[in-house]
Design a binder for this molecule. Structure first.
Ligand code: 3NM
Ligand code: MG
Length: 534
């Protein structure tokens, strides 16, 4: 029976004044059933046993009407008295195998876990599904043990994936702070795309309490959640990933023609490039955006973001000067752009340099989806760590400028593609050779000029450039980003070659000119392109 259970929208009830209020729980659950919840857990930590059984019986009648399983939190005796479909046990409750002996093989038994060790034990004892939490801090359950975030859930999913068929078959839901504003992103981030014949283990559903029980209109809230759970988030890629390809001449030619089209699209659409950026580069970034044909706005106040996010442009979050207030502003803007589907470029400037920046980066990765993350080698290594990878090299970044490479090109390509696969986005590691990947397709680009390393803000304004390309050519964001890099770096080459350019100072105005005039001519620089990375 368990294999047929639909865990996708899992309602956990709450009878407290703060969430249920003075309403009748059975009425609220019936409305949630009408809205489309797929499974219900009756969770009541305080009522007397007689009342628990009476309410559970009423709930069971309603659930049966909608053909939805009813589970009881903690109380195996209540489940037995009611004859409902199963129980959910916490770490301090009856053990899964003991509950199994009392309930039999046909009943559903779920367990709360927040670590790999707890998951291992619950699977061994025969749990049908795991409730993994706490995802995000929640007012609903204040005594939760640990907030584990997206990465904590991913670690448990990867463990289950690799620990044998029994653990692989165990279903999973995540719990804690899930609501309409984050549910699509959470599900997206907990579904690694298929790679070859392997289909990595993904979350089977989300469990919510307050987003439904605490809603003014529980029916409307659940039907909205159900619709969100079953559809892709606004930022999801329109095209399915294709597998890693050896790039042929044809493919390179098609990339060139896409690059030209994307460049033309930037000019014709003149997309908004909304920069939340640092004090050092604001003016330069605005000039670069204008030169490539985009419309810049430098707006660091998060409250403006919902309006700006609806204008068809893209957001750059540049962490160059991170402050607590700035972080709150970023979060508001990220939520707004994720909601509208407008692309976001994350530029984690100096991310590895201080604990404040590392912490800010993991907070941002935990609360938002970034279509593209760009940085130098050290910044991308900090991104890898924040995304849950363990790296051998423990060296911390010293400044915001990039030093010599620690890795071979192949290693950099591997790292970038792994992060992109996990984050389901595009990752760009800049350097003498830039490496960019969406986890499946990976390119190395050798364009650019050493002067870019001698002026301030060349990395930041590349981020600005990429935002305009993602907004103008959303149908293939990876190729749009490659086009943006080529436009930017080929312009730098032309500028550096000019007779009037004698050093970094004269380079800057020449670079802006070349960005402006060479904008439509990406294919001209084709002969200088770098080789693809295998
Ligand atoms: N268990 P909301 S968090 C019942 O982490 C429960 O095990 C949790 O409520 C755990 O959806 C939680 O309102 C409450 O955030 C989740
Ligand atoms: Mg419990």
């Amino acid at each position: 029976m368990n294999s047929q259970v639909d865990y996708s929208l899992y309602l956990v009830t709450d009878s407290t004044e703060a969430i249920l209020g003075s309403r009748d729980l059975v009425d609220v659950v019936e409305q949630a059933l009408q809205g489309g919840v797929t499974i219900v857990q009756y969770r009541d930590k305080t009522s007397d046993t007689g009342d628990l059984i009476a309410t559970a019986k009423r709930l069971h009648k309603k659930c049966q009407k909608y053909n939805v399983p009813l589970l009881i939190n903690d109380r195996v005796d209540v489940a037995l008295a009611v004859g409902c479909e199963g129980v959910h046990v916490g770490q301090d409750d009856m053990k899964v195998d003991e509950a199994r002996r009392l309930l039999g093989d046909d009943k559903i038994i779920g367990a709360t876990v927040s670590s790999i060790e707890e998951a291992k034990v619950a699977v061994e004892r025969g749990a049908d599904y795991l409730g993994i939490g706490t995802l995000y801090a929640t007012q609903t359950k204040k005594n939760t043990k640990e907030i584990i975030g997206i990465n904590g859930i991913r670690k448990i999913l990867s463990y289950l994936d690799e620990a044998g068929s029994k653990s692989k078959d165990t279903k999973t839901v995540c719990i804690g702070g899930v609501n309409a504003s984050n549910v699509q992103r959470v599900i997206y981030q907990l579904h690694a795309p298929r790679s070859g014949s392997l289909k990595p283990k993904a979350i089977d559903g989300v469990a919510v309490v307050s987003a439904i029980v605490g809603a003014r209109d529980p029916k409307q809230a659940s039907s909205h959640l159900r619709q969100l759970v079953r559809s892709s988030p606004p930022f999801s890629r329109s095209n399915d990933p294709v597998f890693w390809l050896e790039k042929s001449e044809d493919e390179i030619n098609s990339l060139v023609s896409t690059a030209d089209k994307a460049t033309a699209a930037v000019h014709s659409k003149s997309p908004l490039s909304h920069n939340m950026t640092n004090l050092v580069v604001q003016n330069f970034a605005a000039n670069v955006a204008l030169a490539i044909g985009a419309s810049p706005i430098m707006a660091n106040y998060g409250k403006e973001a919902p309006d700006l996010s609806r204008l068809g442009g893209a957001l750059v979050v540049n962490m160059g000067t991170v402050t607590p207030e700035g972080l709150l502003n970023y979060k508001k803007a990220i939520a707004a752009y994720n909601a509208s589907g407008g692309p976001i470029v994350l530029d984690p400037v100096g991310a590895g340099a201080t604990s404040v920046r590392r912490d800010a980066l993991s907070q941002l990765l935990g609360i938002g989806y970034f279509d593209l993350i760009k940085g130098n080698e050290r910044e991308i290594m900090a991104v890898a760590r924040a995304s849950g990878f363990t790296l051998d090299d423990s060296s911390q970044q010293r400044g915001v400028d990039s030093g010599d490479s620690l890795f071979s090109l192949e290693q950099r390509a591997y790292l970038v593609s792994k992060i992109a696969l996990r984050e389901r986005n595009i990752v760009l590691m800049t350097g003498a050779t830039d490496v960019i990947s969406d986890g499946v397709r990976t390119y190395a680009i050798n364009n650019g000029h050493a002067y870019l390393g001698k002026i301030t803000g060349s990395g930041c304004t590349l981020g600005t450039t990429l935002s305009a390309y993602l907004a103008a050519w959303p149908q293939d964001k990876l190729h749009a980003a490659v086009a943006g890099i080529l436009h930017y770096e080929i312009a730098a080459e032309y500028a550096a070659k000019r007779d009037d350019v004698r050093g970094p100072g004269t380079f800057v105005p020449a670079f802006i000119d070349e960005l402006f005039t060479r904008g439509g001519l990406v294919s001209e620089g084709k002969e200088t392109w770098g080789k693809d990375v295998k």
